[in-house]
Design a binder for this molecule. Sequence first.
Ligand code: NAP
Length: 325
Amino acid sequence: MQAILLTATGSPDVLVPGEVPAPRPQAGELLIRTEAIPVLFPETMLRSGAFPLPVQFPIVFGTQAAGVVIEAGAGADTTLLGQRVLVSSNTFGTYAEQVSVPAQIAVRIPDNLSSVDAAAVTMSASVALPLLETAKLTGTETVLIEAAGTGVGAYLTQLAKEFGAARVIATAGDPEKAEQARGFGADVVIDHSVPDWTNHLRETLGGATLDVVFDSIGGESALALLDLMTPLRGRMLGYGFLSGTAAQVSTMDLIMRGLTFIGCSGPDWLAGVAAARREALERAAAGSITPLVDRVLPLDQAAQAHRLLADRVAKGTVVLTPANP
Ligand SMILES: NC(=O)c1ccc[n+]([C@@H]2O[C@H](COP(=O)([O-])OP(=O)(O)OC[C@H]3O[C@@H](n4cnc5c(N)ncnc54)[C@H](OP(=O)(O)O)[C@@H]3O)[C@@H](O)[C@H]2O)c1
């Protein structure tokens, strides 16, 4: 079968198309014929070497796929045979025409949701849902959603008012993405591509404060934001490091302002994300969230897809499709 091999960590060129034997489903596994494979921001970090990747190269890369269950290994639930499912693999292998995964991680895709839309929505929306639940918004609060034009930020923006935000301030670094954030319900959008964007935010707030910050940028801007947050009640939920470093915030910074920093990563957090996948797919099928697809490319264009993300060109999820779906 055709697959995309990660040959080393580095630039997108380390992703190389190749022919490999199709996997066989082991006991408890389902074999999936892939139809739509999302290219995800965290995968770009793994590919580049920014996150540790304890594997022997080459490996078939990729962490999620939507496709049809074509075989069940011994003891695996056979009721999903012939059904479309979304799978998320801890051991890679989804940038391929077929992937075999433990049956319990397969989530059925509702009939009225395409595989491309399911692939586009799943990761980001299933992160946004636990973030909003963790924030415990009260119905009167002002929230800041960073990088709201695409990915997790876009689904946070779509859902924030339903989960109790009164005012949504978003950030984006590109006019089209800013427009998308407005379309998804942001009341104001700040340009985070200018170095002093937190000062612009201060002017926009005009003396009001931020009750909740969904921080995906991290780095030094996180520290500057603390002075714009509501003392004693403000919560910063840190879930990403788009700037290249985690939020540069010390416990003393928080103590002196009476603020809370909530870390949203690690194994227990990711278990909550996995549990939210079904709701993400059901919401997309019901129309309560809108999938954001940038473009669909052939599987052998995986390196180009990674370039689009690295260059911040993608206005939604780039989805790969195998030649023989
Ligand atoms: N904790 C978790 O469970 C979890 C799960 C998934 C993702 N994440 C993290 O959350 C963050 C966002 O992921 P995502 O999938 O939502 O991202 P994404 O939408 O695929 O892309 C990131 C967006 O952020 C903006 N951006 C700002 N600074 C950037 C930079 N230095 N490099 C590239 N893009 C930058 C870009 O928009 P502009 O052009 O508007 O700047 C880009 O569209 C990442 O750090 C990711 O690793 C965390």
